[in-house]
Design a protein around this ligand. Structure first.
Ligand code: GTP
Length: 598
């Protein structure tokens, strides 16, 4: 199709403002997928893909649209991940587009991730179409929300489309706006190939499949391509698009968004944000914006059953094949045995990986509490990055410790500004700015240690603001902090997997809270277990877990056999995640106890 008739766009929105619902309606209206078949069809292909051992992500769908002016258009709808953990990936998906549809909930208005996504879209020079969704809701205030978008974002809303993605009302106008208000891709088909890699996945038969947006030039089978960041070269086997079914094409042209397969077995060669060029006629420069992705949060993952170490290793290797940002290396813990130190983009990423390991690979895991990467400057003048508290050098060898800080932007209703500031202050936040957004909300800016955010910040924020605040943050660098390692001793023995790095002024409270929490979590055993928190050998808190044999059947007075069974089942269930550490049996939750403390 003529390049002028191509439109490449993403839908951007705050969580739950209706991005997926609108995408579904667009697929229906362009008859990409029949309404009736929609769910079935997409799910069918997913099951199939699953059998072949890959996870499908509907990252880019090609749609054909017959516009009201009688002409046909080719749309590429590019999906973006919707969470702050993945903001670099969001940015690269947006770089694959020329425009974006900004969906804002008519009842909720602009939220933190609306702003964050708009900034990313503007950084990538995208044209933005504002769309006000959920106008069917009684609480919808489209006029107020439009004014908000104009005031906060500076986007002209006189042509904003008011829709209900749920009922389908006015969604056709969104399609027309895509045709008339978004630009066609501007690249040069004669120029050397520059294809932006915005996503990839691993197929056990074909190797890595790269998802690309062709910015300049063309690509076809038998071309020799080069990944500009890594220098890796391959011969292209097949190219194609998703409609959402996978379709093979003879060639991808400037403006197309599709996939490339080239028997790439090494996932490291294909990096999101990299530029693919033709090895025989290479572009001078890669496209802008490539950045190496580094994990921000680390934790240890251990199989509950030590015999499954090799299974865990294999599962991690497989997951890494379609998740290049997952890092892992072997680690041993005196308490937990053999496992892996794993690095993630953020807590959500960590949860997703853990869940996939448990569900898809049937592994039972113990995860240690997450840690950021500390920069430890030693007395010998060297710096050591430390992502595992138990690896911290002894205090006398440390000159200073620096920790990562983030700039957090929080949108909060006026009445909760006080509690929100209190929370930030409590989490060692440094106040930067407070601005009035509109009649009801303010934007609060704080600089906070990342370690304070990854613990329970989201939950605390929710309860401080009844769920009405929204947060977005970005890393701003390292700063020195007064940090110490806190050890936990059970029965007089240090349990390395329970060690944490804490802010010194918080150490006493945390140590106390941790000891109390562990007393709650660790079941009584046949002997008394002292629980101690210590810094550099000095005990700062102590409790005891009294000796008692718990008899779960005692309450049942004989009678009801099914009830008895249920209780036994339950107890068994609870037992599954126990780990013997020395002579003490510790449940999985204990290793995460630090997450649920002040
Ligand atoms: P994430 O996938 O979590 O980022 O959310 P999303 O932005 O994709 O939102 P999604 O489409 O899943 O919609 C969130 C909720 O809003 C769902 O329960 C939808 O049914 C509902 N919803 C979406 N559009 C409308 C609408 O126009 N009107 C009403 N009343 N509800 C809607």
């Amino acid at each position: 199709m003529d390049q002028k008739h191509i439109r490449n766009f993403s839908i951007i929105a705050h969580i739950d403002h209706g991005k997926s619902t609108l995408a579904d309606r667009i697929l229906e209206l362009t008859q990409t997928v029949e309404k009736r078949e929609m769910k079935d069809q997409i799910l069918d292909s997913m099951d199939l893909e699953r059998e072949r051992g890959i996870t499908i992500k509907l990252n880019a769908v090609q749609l054909r649209y017959h516009a009201k002016n009688g002409e046909d258009y080719l749309f590429h709808l590019i999906d973006t991940p919707g969470h702050v953990d993945f903001s670099y990936e969001v940015s690269r998906s947006l770089a694959a587009c020329d425009g974006a549809i900004l969906v804002v909930d008519a009842a909720q208005g602009v939220q933190a991730q609306t702003l964050a996504n708009v900034y990313l879209a503007l950084e990538n020079d995208l044209e933005i179409i504002p769309v006000i969704n959920k106008i069917d809701l009684p609480s919808a205030q489209p006029e107020v929300v439009k004014k908000e978008i104009e005031d906060l974002i500076g986007l002209d809303c006189s042509n904003a489309v008011e829709i209900s993605a749920k009922t389908g009302k006015n969604v056709d106008q969104v399609l027309e706006a895509i045709v008339h208000d978004l630009p066609a891709p501007s690249g040069d088909p004669q120029a050397p190939l520059q294809a932006l890699v915005f996503d990839s996945l691993y197929d056990s038969y074909r190797g890595v499949i790269a998802f690309v947006s062709i910015k300049n030039g063309t690509i076809k089978p038998h071309d020799t391509i080069r990944f500009m960041a890594t220098g890796a070269e391959y011969e292209v086997l097949e190219v194609g698009v998703h409609t959402p079914k996978e379709v093979t094409e003879s060639q991808l042209n400037t403006g197309d968004v599709g996939w490339i397969s080239a028997a790439i077995k090494n996932i490291e060669d294909v990096r999101v944000g990299d530029t693919i060029t033709n090895a025989n006629q290479p572009a001078d420069q890669p496209l802008q914006g490539y950045r190496e992705m580094n994990p921000m949060v680390y934790c240890g993952l251990y199989p509950v059953d030590n015999a499954r170490y090799d299974d865990l290793k294999e599962a991690l290797e497989k997951l890494k094949l379609n998740d290049a940002s997952l890092h892992f290396e072997p680690e041993t813990s005196q308490a937990l045995g053999f496992g892996f130190r794993c690095g993630f983009l953020g807590l959500l990423h960590m949860d997703v990986v853990e869940e996939r390991l448990e569900r898809e690979y049937n592994l039972q895991l113990i995860a240690t509490s997450p840690s950021v990467i500390y920069h430890v400057y030693k007395t010998d003048g060297t710096m050591e990055p430390i992502d595992n508290p138990s690896a911290l050098p002894p205090a006398q060898k440390i000159n200073r410790i620096e920790e990562p800080y983030v700039r957090a932007e929080i949108l909060v209703p006026n009445e909760y500004v006080g509690p929100m500031m209190e929370l930030c202050q409590k989490k060692r936040g440094e106040y930067v700015d407070l601005q009035v957004l509109d009649d009801i909300r303010m934007q609060l800016v704080y600089e906070l240690p990342l370690s304070e955010i990854i613990f329970d910040f989201f939950d605390k924020m929710k309860s401080a603001t009844k769920g009405y605040a929204s947060l977005d943050y970005e890393l701003i660098g390292y700063r020195p902090s007064n940090l110490v390692k806190m050890d936990i001793l059970l029965n007089g023995q240090v349990v390395d997997a329970l060690s944490t790095i804490v802010y010194k002024d918080f150490a006493f409270n945390r140590g106390n809270a941790m000891a109390i929490k562990l007393k709650e979590l660790i079941p009584r055993q046949q002997f008394e277990i002292p629980v101690q928190a210590a810094i550099g050998g000095k005990v700062i808190a102590r409790t005891n877990i009294k000796a008692l044999r718990k008899n779960v059947l005692a309450k049942c007075y004989g009678g009801d056999i099914s009830r008895k069974k249920k209780l036994l089942e339950k107890q068994k269930e609870g037992k599954k995640r126990m780990k013997m550490v020395g002579s003490v049996e510790i449940p999985q939750e204990a290793f995460m106890a630090v997450l649920s403390m002040d």
